[in-house]
Write a protein that binds this ligand. Sequence first.
Ligand code: NAD
Ligand code: UGA
Length: 456
Amino acid sequence: MTKICCIGAGYVGGPTMAMIARKCPEVQVTVVDINEKRIAEWQSDNLPIYEPGLLEVVQEARGRNLFFSTDVDQGIRDADIVFVSVNTPTKTFGEGAGCASDLQYWELCARRIKEVSTSDKIIIEKSTLPVRTAEAMERVLHAGQNAIHFEVLSNPEFLAEGTAVADLENPDRVLIGGHETPSGQKALQTVVEIYATWIPRERILTTNVWSSELSKLTANAFLAQRVSSINAISALCEATGADVSDVSHAIGTDSRIGPKFLKASIGFGGSCFKKDILNLVYLCETYGLQEPANYWRQVVTMNDYQETRFVRNMLHSMFNTIANKRIAIFGFAFKADTGDTRESPAIRVCRELASEHAKVVVSDPQALDNARLELPELVDQIEFEEDPYKAAEGAHAIAVMTEWKQYKELDYQRIYDSMVQPAFIFDGRNMLDHQALFAMGFEVYSIGKGHLTHLK
Ligand code: NAD
Ligand code: UGA
């Protein structure tokens, strides 16, 4: 029986391993983590992450061939294949601070693997890493006298939060990079066979390690770039009377452009887009490629601009003062169907509103616990209220930050009647029926469209 160990029981390690265990009952999968609370939650029905459909996948395999444990050493020792799926955040100190990847968690894993292993293993980079990280890992793994062979592969993950189960069940592609050596190719085939259990072979792409590592950073950079591109156009739409939804539709029907990832918004969030682009920028700079570095950095600059612009528009349209005004934030997660708030645009929006002395009330169906952790300095100043009706009561304005389906279905007449007049709504997701809201009496502001106002 093939034994897999995955180090890191986070947003990637948990769901990906649960799917492998579900699809391959003959493979034993153990997910290990140093975070005891997380492991205990994976062992319960109160999973540590909110992801639609995930509990059913976990329940099907857990206890059969899917296990969660804090015994990292035992997990590694028993395994034939070790996936490393630890966090790789942006470095906050020293050289490359604010840009480079912080690889300390990855390296610690490599050292641990080397320390405790008693048999040959395939080591798989599941985390998103700078290109050529595998080289450094091989040096760590093979340093000194060691008869054990570690074959390092790259298998980046492309799932998106909120749709992780569907993405894992039916991915556009799986990418596996291996060395062009007999042992590299053999290891690569072993991993191909696992995925081929449920994924058509033509969707399993194999490359060398460096192409695989770089493809992951490139995919995220291209996706984020599309969001920044349409957001740049949204600012021009507001200035000119064009409608960004019409522009998105018109360009998206060109099969060379395609319709996806063209929704103008408050800006992209999530733990990866910004960090991966900054990592790409740092890599370019490391190789002396300043123009490519500048090109990609602009995608992040544009995103910062979009977030700041949103708050500025709120302030200006509410008569240049929001001090002591109650503002209800609808949604704090960085996108719908997740409780993840990492790099959510709502963080900056709340901070900037609070700095203008607004009374901020945050509402979200899944992310309030994380929201409190994101705003430690404001936790006594900001109200957290799950019920959007209560959040909006007595408010001067609502700002929609997350495209939760339930926000479409609210009784906005009831909300309008409970608010201070004139009642403003700022739709950072362009998801509401703006004409209907305007007819109720709202002052309606959205992204990349003219605003609808009753004020003369
Ligand atoms: P996460 O922070 O949710 O999970 C990482 C886990 O690793 C944590 O639970 C942490 O306790 C554990 N860990 C850290 N060091 C450890 C060690 N030495 N031993 C054992 N456990 C350790 O992170 P995530 O969102 O799952 O992301 C993991 C990687 O996957 C990152 O490189 C990220 O860029 C990439 N990625 C994330 C997503 C996503 O949707 N979140 C998608 C694709 C790729
Ligand atoms: C993204 C990628 O889509 C995944 O392929 C990748 O694996 C993952 O990053 C990762 O490496 O972490 P994720 O961040 O979970 O997934 O979610 P997305 O659906 O990509 O959305 C990212 C952000 O862009 C969200 O804030 C979303 O609201 C925003 N967005 C997306 C827009 O503003 N407009 C769009 O048209 C699309």
